[in-house]
Write a protein that binds this ligand. Sequence first.
Ligand code: MN
Ligand code: MN
Length: 492
Amino acid sequence: MFKIYQCFLHERGINVGEKEKSKGQKLMDEIGYKTSNAWEKIPDKDKIFSYCEDYKAFLDTGKTERECVKEIIERAEKLGYKDLDEIIDKKSTLNAGDKVYRNIRNKAIILAVMGKKPLEKGTRMIGAHIDAPRIDIKQNPLYENTDMAFFKTHYYGGIKKYQWLAIPLSLHGVIIKKDGETVEIRVGEDENDPVFTITDLLPHLAKDQMEKKLTEAVSAEAMNALVGSMPYDDKEVKSKVKLNILKILNEKYGITEEDFLTSELELVPAFKAKDVGFDRSMIGAYGQDDRVCAYTSFTALFDVQNPEYTSICVLTDKEEIGSVGNTGAESRLLEDFMADLCFLSSENYSDILLRRCLNNSIMLSADVNAAVDPNFEGTHDKYNAAYLGKGIAILKFSGSRGKAGASDAHAELLAKIRKVFNENDVVWHTSELGAVDKGGGGTIAMYIANLGVDVVDCGVPVLSMHAPFEITSKADVYSAYKGYKAFYEKLD
Ligand code: MN
Ligand code: MN
C-alpha cells in the first residue's frame, strides 16, 4: 500500500524516501547538461540578502559615474588602498600585497592588489562600467515658456525616451564657476528635496502621438525638464520665472547663468533601490547596468589578500556611448595604469615587460546580460539565453548579425573559467545577447582584447535594461560576487 502511495506522490513530484533513478535518468545526469536555479544551489540565503542590502545602499549613493568613483575611493581607502599617483610622486615602489587605485578624472577608477608573481606573468582583471543611461542637461539649459521654467536636455545612452517622462528625476553633477571653484549638485535624493520631471501628454489629447511609432512618439527636443513656475516680483522683467530660478541658484550655490556653460549635470530617476516581489527575491533600481557588475567586482577585489596574480578591477566611463574619450575603455587608461604598475614593481622597466604583462593577462568583462522576459517572446534563442535566477551569465561573444563587431572569447579561456566556477560552486550559465537577427551590441571586451588580453563577457542578467527601473535577481547578484571572487583568488 505504501509503495503504491509513494508512486502516487512521486508522480506528482513529491519525493517520499529515495526512489531509485531509472537507467536513463542516471545516464542523463551523467552526460546531459542542465542549468540550475541559483536559489536552489546556494544554501545560505541570509548571505544573499545581507550582501544585497549593501548593494542597494551603493546604488542609492552612486547614481552617477562621479558619485561612484567618490564612494569607491572612500571604501577603498578604509581598506588600505593608496592613491597610485601619490606613490609615483613619492618615487616609491610596489610590492606583493600592496593595494592601489587610480582616479581617472573623477569618472573612472582602477584598483589593484599586487600579486606574488611578477607582472610579466600577467594579471587577473575584471572590467565593468559605472556610467548609465540618463538625461544630461544642455550647456545653455534654462528658459521660460508659458510662465514655467525648463532645462533643455540631451539624453545619454540608448534609452526608450517615453520611459523617462512623468517620473520623478533628481539632478546630479558639477558646476565649475568662473573662479574655478567646483560646486557639487545633488538635488532630489533627500526625502525633503524637490524633484524635477519631464511632462507627458494626457491620453485625451494624444491621438496624434499614439499613432506614431515608439521611436518618434517623443521628440528629444521636447524632453525639457520642468524646474519652476513662480515669477520674480518685478513687472519690468520679461522672463520672471526664469529670473526667480536664477536668483534661487545664485543664493544657494553662488552661480550665474554663464556658469552652466562649464557644468556637467545629469537627471536620473529620483527613486531609491527597492526589493521587488512578495519574496523580496529581486532588486529594482536605476543604473544596475552596470553598477551591479561594478559593485560585485570591487567587493570581490576587496576580499583579495596577497593573491598569486596581481588582481585588478577596472571601472570605466562612457560605455553607454561606445567607450569613447579618455575615461572610456577605448582609451589607454588601462594600458597606462599597467605600465605604471610594471614600472613601480620592477627594476628594469621596458616596453616588452608591459606587452608581456598584457598578453598574459585575463579579464572578465563584467557587464549585464539581457535576461529572457516571458512577456516579450521571440527575442531570444531559449537554449542560449540569459535567465533571471540562473546565476551569472557568460557571453562568449557579443556583436550583431553574423557576429559583426564581436569580441569572441577563445574556447580555451572559457574552459578555464568553467573549471574555476564549477570547482567553487558558482552558479552560472551561458548566453547570447538575443536571437541572432534581433539586434545586438557590445561591451568593453573588444577594446581590452585589442591590448592582447584574453577576455570574456560575464555578468548579471537584467530585466528592463536601460529603463529607469531595472530588475536583477539577488541570487544572481550574489553569484556574480562569488564568481568574481573565485576568479581573482583561484584562477590559475
Ligand atoms: Mn552595460
Ligand atoms: Mn548598457
